[in-house]
Structure formats: structure tokens, C-alpha cells
Design a binder for this molecule. Sequence first.
Ligand code: SF4
Ligand code: SF4
Length: 100
Amino acid sequence: MTQSLSRRAFLAMGRRAPKADGAPGRRAAEVASNCLSLKGVACRICGEHCDAGAIRFRPRVGGRARPEVTADCNGCGACVGVCPAAAISLVEMTERGEPA
Ligand code: SF4
Ligand code: SF4
């Protein structure tokens, strides 16, 4: 099951959630379906704020580009607060780099 954080919860937390063994968990950004770009509105704000270059925009025929988070995401959260649609959340990842 995917565990996601709202923007408000993430900002309130201000740090990574610990794993059960006390070690910090790895988080990565996830884009929800309410992303403006997925709805045909030109928006690349998240990509412009990602210093790691971890958000790529995949062109789609007949529509706006789809933002995709790559494995370079370090979970910094810089993209979360700048998204005008609050469409990005940080999710806990497994050791294999998949949503937990
Ligand atoms: S900033 Fe938000 S709305 Fe804009 S492309 Fe990124 S995820 Fe979509
Ligand atoms: S969490 Fe940080 S590294 Fe990951 S996509 Fe967002 S801005 Fe880029």
C-alpha cells in the first residue's frame, strides 16, 4: 500500500519519518492525477524547482507533457510546496525504489 503525505503534513513534519528500526526512511516525490499538466494546462513549475533534475516531462500526443519523477529524486521536497495544484506528495519507498 502506498503511504503518501499531504503538503501540509509534509511541511509540518519538516524531516523524514523514521523507519520502524529508527533509521530515516527514503522518500520520493509522486505526482497525483490532479496535476495541471495532465489536465492540459501548461505547467512545469515542479521541474524548474528540482535541483536534482529528477522531474522529466514526457511529451504526449495531443496533450501537455506528463511529469515523471526519476530515480534521481532525493526526497528533498522542494517540488511539494511550489505545485499550484498540490499534486505532489512524498511517499515512502522500498529498498527497491518502489512506493512502499
Ligand atoms: S507543479 Fe504540480 S501541477 Fe505543475 S506540472 Fe508539476 S505536478 Fe503538475
Ligand atoms: S523531492 Fe526534491 S529531488 Fe525529488 S522531485 Fe521533488 S524537488 Fe526533485
